[in-house]
Design a binder for this molecule. Structure first.
Ligand SMILES: C[C@H](O)CC(=O)C(=O)O
Length: 262
């Protein structure tokens, strides 16, 4: 099995570097479990760190009902954020240079930690205590699986379908804002594209972060002070293409923007 994990990791890593999708893993290996998928993801991260990328955080996805219905995946996924995935607010991101294949934009809340956290038994309150700031964030998800035809196993293996992310410059102490009722509104080329509230992700974005801390705690992985954790999309994913500009605001939190070119 170890060889299979490595083989699939190389396949996914190559697919990203060549910007070519591959067929769903689960259609070829129907017995793959989420544990196997997680091992594939770890192998892929090892390939990335060998290529000089550094892990700077974690992401949780498929936390909201809107996204679960859209992707027909009915449980959360999780993955790793590296330094090369991080772009400044207002960036014009080259699809070719950033290795994006079939990108989609999501409005999320980013948490930056000031203390380590390690599951099990982490609560949303502990997440808020351990957080330095929260900020509006675009996660640009992408799938190395053809036509986004993913199962939970495919997306966990494929680093939770993470592409790149952009964090807004407005930062707030999470204890000064009601994150559950904070409303996110996203615009694509000036037109309303999606809206959602913080409670869409497991009732509260900090709850989603606690879930991830506990899930990764089962694998012996902790959140480190200074890491960025993405809470999951508050609203459905919106297809992005070259020439698009996305803007979003989260009430009480601030705004963020990103555009795309070839
Ligand atoms: C498939 C992705 O993990 C979806 C995601 O990032 C999210 O729901 O957030």
């Amino acid at each position: 099995m170890n060889n299979l994990h490595k083989q699939l990791a190389i396949e996914l890593f190559d697919a990203q570097n060549k910007r070519k999708t591959i067929s769903p893993l689960i259609s070829r290996f129907p017995d793959l479990t989420i544990d196997d998928a997680y091992k594939v993801s770890l192998e892929t991260i090892q390939l990335k760190t060998q290529a000089k990328e550094s892990v700077i955080g974690k992401k949780i996805g498929v936390t909201s009902e809107a996204v679960q219905k859209m992707l027909n995946v009915h449980q959360p996924d999780f993955g790793f954020l590296t330094d090369t995935m991080h772009y400044p607010d207002g960036s014009n991101i080259s699809l070719q240079k950033s290795l994006l294949i079939q990108p989609r934009a999501e409005g999320e809340i980013a948490f930056c930690l000031k203390h380590d956290i390690k599951g099990p038994n982490v609560t949303a309150e502990q997440v808020l205590e351990a957080t330095e700031w929260v900020a509006p964030c675009f996660e640009i998800v992408d799938s190395r699986i053809e036509n986004w035809n993913i199962s939970i196993v495919d997306t966990v293996a494929d680093n939770a379908s993470c592409g790149v992310f952009v964090i807004g410059l407005d930062r707030k102490d999470p204890k000064t804002i009601d994150l559950a009722s904070a409303k996110m509104t996203m615009f694509q080329n000036g037109k309303h594209a999606a809206s959602g509230v913080g409670s869409a992700v497991q009732g509260h974005p900090a709850q989603a972060v606690a879930w991830l801390a506990n899930t990764l705690g089962n694998y012996g992985i902790e959140f480190k002070a200074g890491e960025i954790i993405l809470s999951g999309a508050l609203a459905p994913l919106i297809d992005a293409k070259s020439g698009d500009t996305f803007e979003m605001t989260i009430e009480g939190l601030g705004s963020c923007s990103v555009s795309f070119c070839d």
